[in-house]
Write a protein that binds this ligand. Sequence first.
Ligand code: HOZ
Length: 422
Amino acid sequence: MKKRSKSEALFARAQKRIPGGVNSPVRAFRSVGGTPPFIERGLGSRIWDVDGNEFVDYVCSWGPLILGHCPPPVVEALREVIETGTSFGAPTEREVELAEEIASAVPSMEMVRLVNSGTEATMSALRVARGFTGRDLTIKFEGCYHGHVDSLLVKAGSGMATLGISDTAGVPESFARTTLALPYNSIAAVEKAFAEYGDKIAAVIVEPVVGNMGCVPPIPGFLEALRTLTEKRGALLIFDEVMTGFRLALGGAQELFGIRPDLSTFGKIIGGGLPLAAYGGRADIMARVAPSGPIYQAGTLSGNPLAVSAGLAMVRYLKAHPEVYQQIEARTAQLCANPPDGITVNRVGSMFTFFFNNQPVTDWETAAKSDRAAFGRFFHFMLDRGVYLAPSQFEAGFVSFAHSAEDIRRTVETARQFFAAI
Ligand code: HOZ
């Protein structure tokens, strides 16, 4: 058992001033119990908490840190820019460069708008889809999470799944009614929804590989069917690539699966670990965004020099080093090889989840059958031995370029000890 006294004291203090003691719910460890370690610093594949405990980190800030903690290209870019000003609320050359880099890596992103968080990106993409089509309804999928956008918090994954909240308080019923939540991977359900509401559906929004009910890949033909049906019925296809963008490939899941959505959202990696996100897509659609068009969206810190410089350094590094993708995929495959009986491992590239579930996990219904108590025991066993996994059965894990073969070997060995003991 690791020493926890400083984290425990901080958590007690935090709970007096911050709801649940955290600034984002899953961090509070509610589904696994115990006290979250308060993190002091990170370097490469490691983080250290305030009690001096060291962990191999498979959360990687929930995905952005594809090069690990404090990667030199990002740190240098930040050092360089910080003395020239942190925000102007006026255009800068770097924003143009980042938009160009994103468009060159992801061909469907003909035009790009930078924002500050994944939530802002999906909220804006949805508004643009509604403004462009003149329709109100959205199809989303159960267990997918698209940030805390009012109308998208219906049957959402991530913290909503962890806390067992199916629909959040504070969202007017009329907003929730604009969302049709369907089972992920069910082409039949999407066909039925289009048959019933076809000319009212503005968009289908999907995590092309789900990360927010744990890692769940699309079945062959699912994304293709979404593309065909949306095109046929005049609705827009939105890929939420906040997690998958620049992670599964430089061009994201859309490159991996060869599907061109109308709009996409990005976050996490494109900010290099700073708060930055983007939405964009077809030029004829994005031309409707203010000030070129009537769909309003704005932000004081949007495109600020710090986040944009970190993002540029990250994206340029990834573009120049395709071996990053080969290495992280190989390491993750090693981590996920030969699961014991009773465990279903889902992996796409460097995203993975160990489900305490002996059935294939293909949607929320199957994910929800996982044994959360057993996951909680596994999680704490690993944490006590220096392996920091996402504190919920319904989140993806991430491997970074900084994870060494030895990190993976030790993690596998630790997991084996757990399974041998049960
Ligand atoms: N929604 C994030 C995971 N899917 C968690 C964000 C956080 O707690 O930082």
